[in-house]
Design a protein around this ligand. Structure first.
Ligand code: FEO
Ligand code: CA
Ligand code: CA
Ligand code: CA
Length: 739
């Protein structure tokens, strides 16, 4: 393999939109509150609103397990019973001895009777009834033997799957077009129609029989949600002037979901999915700022969300014709008002969407109360009767933030069994409070409220917030106002069922430097250099996983440490390989992260391009301890002027192979993602995303030049073009995965 220039995917995924220089929250608070003429007593009250009761008196109890720190689930594993899989560059899925792996659901697979088997040569049709591309986050929803919803169903169930994006270079999604497609503008409508259909979500029924697992082409549950499917706007932003479009002049409806990345499963049994890199799909011509005029505050917001005037769209969908389904991707103010154009269309993306996998009769909801950013997963703290529902989330771009939503409604356990599950979602996800994380150097932190109750947001001089709807839509600017901590690309999160601690992958950050706006800090402490094929990368090259402990999930005070620092095993142990990783568990770019409800194992999936000279992306199993189980470490950086910068950080206990081990390595050029399991922990489903993505577009007709031919080379399906696909892993002895 040779080192590649960044793929189109990298360019569109790793947006740098956060140019704010965030001073410390204490400075902001005192400056703004002074300006508002608040007396000391008033400041105390405001600070309590801002930081939450308890924050000002410290948070010494944060590490004791509270409501969310449930007793360990039965069946938890304290040891990992498999032999570590070695790193690999082979074009196949490798699992430990004693395990079986099967491909069950790949790009293009038909989802209703009569749709022809996938030919995989670029000539297939009926895309609205085929599996979409780039399988990403995924959740399992059980069915009983009669095909009725059953949370305990282990032999039959539904997979709800995100189809995040497509393998593309130079505008076109090249593997789905016979000759690679058109890489110039305007794009042909027929190509764009296919590309629209391969994005979004799918629901597919799967079943275990004596021969193993397979998907059911004829299941009544199978369906697709694409970027053109009608959806409902829900929560505080419903009806906002900034969501008015030609399609929905009352701002209550929108079309579709896009760039769906991480997922979550609600305590009431629905599927939630994060819209991640949607901004890249919109076109803004160079004159759009001028037309909008200086008074339009959206100009600042469009820049903050990665769409300056003149921004070109990822696929040129807006160029495919005059029909509304193409024109809507032009985000310019081109008509007389927002009721006559799509200047606000981009504001209808960037949310968590909620879908009932079991019920195709209801529209998907955009849950605007959870904020608008490059969403990944949604991790729910264990629900406790009489306490609010708490969900943790991240914004995946360099230097973006971590968020938490706390519902206004208190949990009623009867809601776990409601038949109208989306009505339960309305109850818990449409009213509540959004917070953003501020990490302090002393190992504590605060969740800062983003609402009109917070005087710093309400009186923000840089961007005027008039309502909680404005905060829901322009969340990043509200988080800037309170000087949230800029993180190293927050990806997936998970709540440890043993302790209640919340874990979040920070996948990497090439913009992390020793000093400056994104200078090394306690929570993002590493800045170093790594070589790959003679080429140097700098910053936090390999990523880390941070974790947060709270006495109660709804609290605003927390303690934190770093569960593990990803690194190459032979990297320096005092500056880079701080978790003492070895050949059995070294990794780069942790991304997908999920705790098994059955075993408590922390499953870590990678989406890497830094260590791919030595290994394809992988899945690891960890048995983590808890926040505070390691020690303080001081990193020392020499500045060009000879002075030293010291950064204290808090590292969890050393990661020996007993408690962290590589379980799987995927085929060439893939990302490992989407892990979910049957409730008994005996079947684990994983997505292999974009194998072969670095194949040059010009070689689309030349299978010998594909960097991957998976899953065809594993005996699945026709043709040789690589396909994103779902696999299932079972243990040969029928046991629990990882045991
Ligand atoms: Fe879709 Fe942040 O990965
Ligand atoms: Ca290296
Ligand atoms: Ca991801
Ligand atoms: Ca990623």
């Amino acid at each position: 393999m040779t080192d590649k220039t960044p793929s189109t995917r990298d360019i569109f995924n790793n947006e740098d939109s956060n140019k704010t220089n965030n001073p410390h929250i204490d400075q902001i608070m005192s400056a703004r509150l002074k300006r508002r003429g608040l007396l000391l007593g008033g400041m105390g009250a405001a600070a309590t609103t801002l930081l939450g009761a308890g924050a000002l008196s410290g948070c010494a109890t944060a590490s004791t397990a509270g409501a969310g720190g449930a007793a360990a689930a039965s069946g938890v594993l304290d040891t990992l019973g498999f032999a570590a899989v070695p790193k690999s560059l082979a074009d196949k899925v490798i699992v430990p001895a004693g395990y079986d792996v099967q491909v069950i659901y790949a790009l293009g697979d038909p989802l209703k009777p009569g749709v022809t088997p996938f030919k995989n040569d670029g000539t297939d049709t009926d895309w609205d009834w085929r599996a979409g591309d780039h399988h990403d986050g995924m959740e399992y929803f059980g069915l009983d033997a009669n095909g009725q919803p059953s949370a305990n169903g282990t032999k039959r169930g539904l997979l709800a799957v995100n189809h995040e994006a497509t393998t593309d270079q130079k505008l076109s999604s090249f593997f789905i077009h016979a000759n690679g497609g058109t890489s110039t503008l305007p794009r042909p409508a027929a190509e764009v129609d296919k590309e629209l259909s391969i994005h979004g979500l799918s629901v597919v029924e799967v079943q275990a029989t004596a021969g193993g697992w397979s998907y059911l082409q004829a299941s009544r549950y199978n369906r697709r949600i694409t970027p053109t499917t009608e959806v409902m706007i829900s929560g505080p932003a419903k009806g906002s002037e900034y969501l008015i479009t030609k399609f929905s002049p009352d701002a209550t409806r929108a079309r579709g979901t896009l760039n769906n990345c991480g997922t979550g499963k609600t305590p009431w049994g629905t599927f939630v999915s994060g819209e991640e890199n949607w901004f890249g799909y919109f076109h803004r011509d160079a004159k759009d700022d001028e037309r909008r005029g200086k008074k339009d505050k959206q100009v600042a917001a469009l820049i903050r969300y990665g769409r300056p005037a003149g921004a070109a769209s990822r696929h040129g969908w807006e160029s495919a014709g005059s029909e509304d389904k193409y024109v809507r991707w032009n985000n310019g103010a081109v008509a007389a008002s927002s009721r006559a154009d799509y200047r606000n269309e981009m504001n209808t993306f960037g949310y968590v969407v909620e879908m009932d996998a079991y019920d195709g009769s209801q529209l998907v909801r955009k849950r605007t109360g959870l904020g608008r950013f490059a969403h990944e997963s949604v991790s729910f703290a264990k629900p406790v009767a009489g306490q609010p529902i708490v969900a943790y989330m991240g914004d995946d771009s360099r230097g973006e933030y971590m968020y938490k939503f706390v519902s206004a409604a208190k949990w009623n356990p009867a809601d776990a069994n409601a038949s109208n599950r989306l009505a339960v979602g309305d109850k818990y996800l449409d009213k509540g409070t959004l917070y953003v994380a501020s990490f302090k150097d002393d190992g504590t932190g605060q969740w800062i409220e983003l609402s009109m109750n917070n005087p710093i947001v309400a009186a923000n001089p840089d961007f005027e917030f008039k309502s909680d709807a404005d905060i829901a839509i322009f969340t990043r600017l509200a988080a800037d106002a309170v000087s949230a901590t800029k993180m190293d690309r927050p990806e997936w999160g998970g709540v440890n069922p043993r302790t209640g601690d919340f874990y979040m992958s920070l996948t990497n950050n090439s913009n992390r430097t020793v000093d400056g706006d994104m200078g090394a800090d306690a929570a993002n402490p590493r800045v170093y250099s790594d070589m790959k094929n003679g080429k140097e990368s700098k910053g936090n090259v390999n990523g880390h996983i941070i974790r947060v402990a709270q006495a109660n999930p709804a609290d605003t005070a927390f303690k934190w440490d770093i569960y593990l620092f990803a690194a190459e095993a032979d990297a320096d142990k005092s500056t880079v390989n701080l978790s003492n990783l070895t050949d059995e568990n070294d990794m780069s770019a942790p991304d997908g992260l999920a705790f098994s409800a059955a075993t408590g194992v922390c499953w870590i999936q990678t989406d890497d391009s830094a260590y791919t000279d030595k290994t394809n992306c992988m899945l690891l199993a960890g048995i983590p301890g808890k926040v505070g189980d390691g020690s303080k470490k001081t990193l020392r950086y020499k500045r060009p002027d000879g002075s030293e910068k010291r950064v204290d950080t808090y590292v969890g206990k050393s990661q020996s192979p007993d408690i962290l081990k590589r379980f799987l390595v995927g085929p060439v050029d893939c990302e490992i993602t989407g892990l979910c399991e049957t409730p008994d922990g005996k079947a684990m489903f994983i997505n292999i995303q974009h194998p072969g993505e670095n194949t040059p577009m010009a070689e689309v007709g030349n299978p010998a030049k594909y960097t991957s031919q998976w899953p065809a080379n594993a005996g699945y399906g026709a043709g040789k073009r690589p396909r994103s696909a779902t696999i299932v892993i079972t243990k040969k002895d029928g046991g629990v995965i990882g045991s």
